[in-house]
Design a protein. Structure first.
Lengths: 115, 113
């Protein structure tokens, strides 16, 4: 079975500082990995995805994520946090070689950026 | 929230009632999904459909039903058999490829009175 873990319920960072939101996955095959962001009472917005190739993926709003196969991680990063980045972030995984095309989501990490 | 609409935004249900949540997309996507979001639990898959007139149960399908009679529409019915339906419900759609991202609607918050 595939699963995703987001070990931190909340991450606090000062505006202008770098941020990292952690994600680890557990799958038996090769994964497709995704990051989404959710603002209060809204749907999820796609940030970026890893399919294959370069382990560093760049996405929307200055976010990037690094795929690390040996550590089965896909941490989300941004060099300089903004107050407007404060939101709920979800990591998700889909197996490549399976008929199940739906995503398996982590429990989410709330990012709080302080001015 | 892209080209996906969900209605209503808020829904109140009395115990024993069935209610139907609407999801419509104009993105010409083949696949559509329903997720349930509870605090601290992330999103859990209820049902998904990869093509018209076909759908599969997700991880928490008990107490829910769906139909997919049109490509654009994927309504979810929360039946009286669902014992704890109070949650935020999210509909999503995607193209057929395995690596394509899903687009989400704005959600429906269901509260049981």
């Amino acid at each position: 079975a595939q699963s995703v873990a987001q070990p931190e319920d909340q991450v606090n960072v000062a505006e202008g500082n770098p941020l990292t939101v952690k994600c680890t996955y557990s799958v038996s095959g090769n994964p497709y990995l995704f990051w989404y962001v959710q603002y209060p009472n809204r749907g999820l917005q796609f940030l970026l995805k890893y399919i294959t190739g370069d382990n560093l993926v760049k996405g929307s709003y200055g976010f990037e994520a690094e795929f690390n196969k040996s550590q089965t991680s896909f941490h989300l990063k941004k060099p300089s946090a903004l107050v407007s980045d404060s939101a709920l972030y979800f990591c998700a995984v889909r197996l490549k070689d399976t008929g199940r095309r739906a995503l398996t989501f982590g429990s989410g990490t709330r990012l709080q950026v302080q001015p | 929230d892209g080209g996906i609409t969900q209605s209503p935004k808020y829904l109140f249900r009395k115990e024993g009632q069935n209610v139907t949540l609407s999801c419509e997309q104009n993105l010409n996507h083949d696949a559509m999904y329903w997720y349930r979001q509870d605090p601290g639990q992330g999103l859990r898959l209820i049902y998904y459909s990869q093509i018209v007139n076909d759908f599969q149960k997700g991880d928490i399908a008990e107490g829910y039903s769906v139909s997919r009679e049109k490509k654009e529409s994927f309504p979810l019915t929360v039946t009286s058999a669902q014992k704890n339906p109070t949650a935020f419900y999210l509909c999503a759609s995607s193209t057929s490829g395995y690596y394509n991202e899903q687009f989400f609607g704005p959600g429906t918050r269901l509260t049981v009175l």
